[in-house]
Write a protein that binds this ligand. Structure first.
Ligand code: AP5
Ligand code: MG
Length: 215
């Protein structure tokens, strides 16, 4: 099973993916998380990606598709939730080609929608646990103990690209380059849209309803 989570920065892709891991028995593949880990580890991939991520721009398609190729081989046989990928039509086409080689295809694409201003408010207060991808929010979804992950007790971090000017640029990039990807899956009859505003649990229920029968 291959599920794609689409939607703007801060809409809740990472938050909902954490629930779907359990609900669908799948693994999460967040290209953003993979790239941040590569930067932290000082790898060649990290060096290629850093300048783009810091500015809120997209990392070039060929870098992303190379990384996805390796990950798909590594994760063969597992159900996968793609979070933050594909982000351009070229990436969506590239994914179809890679999956075809494995005799597979995308099952569904779920687009979470939200107003830009809600995103700015949410991301300014986000904190993340780098090791697991668990996501918190100082205003809406705080950790049990300030500054540390609920499960491991390790420190939480503030992402470098969660500054207001960079957040606004990421939104611009999203509207221009990534929004058309929803149309790509709509044409294939695979797109479902879910309102990403409201409480975390409210969105979770809507996502569950929209994905009934998948898994
Ligand atoms: P990436 O890491 O994918 O970031 P993003 O798409 O900008 O999305 P976010 O992770 O910011 O938001 P999210 O939707 O996961 O929201 P979350 O659940 O955390 O990409 C970062 C960068 O990497 C890109 O800019 C680019 O440079 C590069 N990159 C990555 N993939 C790429 C690709 N395929 N191609 C090219 N470049 C790529 O929630 C946000 C906050 O809101 C949290 O604090 C959360 O607790 C809170 N929250 C969640 N839901 C709710 C709710 N219902 N109510 C209140 N608060 C909520
Ligand atoms: Mg995310």
């Amino acid at each position: 099973m291959y599920l794609i989570l689409l939607g703007p920065p801060g809409v809740g892709k990472g938050t909902q993916a954490q629930f779907l891991i359990d609900d669908l028995g799948a693994v999460q593949l967040s290209t953003g998380d993979v790239l941040r880990a590569a930067i932290a580890n000082g790898t060649e991939l990290g060096k290629q990606a850093k300048q783009y991520m810091d500015a809120g721009d997209l990392v070039p398609d060929e870098v992303i598709l190379g990384m996805i190729h390796n990950k798909l081989v590594e994760l063969e046989g597992k159900a996968v939730i793609f979070d933050g990928f594909p982000r351009t039509e070229a990436q969506a086409q590239g994914l179809d080609v890679e999956l075809e080689k494995l005799g597979k295809s995308v099952d569904k694409a779920l687009e979470l929608t939200i107003d830009d201003q809600v995103v700015v408010d949410r991301l300014s207060a986000r904190r993340v646990h780098a090791g697991s991808g668990r996501v918190y929010n100082l205003l809406f979804n705080p950790p049990k103990k300030e500054g540390v992950d609920d499960v491991t007790g390790e420190p939480l971090m503030h992402r470098d690209d969660d500054k207001e000017d960079v957040i606004r640029h990421r939104l611009e990039v999203y509207h221009k380059a990534t929004e058309p990807v929803a149309g790509f899956y709509e044409k294939q009859g695979k797109l479902v849209k879910v309102d990403g505003d409201g409480t975390v649990d409210g969105v979770r229920q809507r996502v569950k309803d929209a994905l009934k029968g998948l898994g």
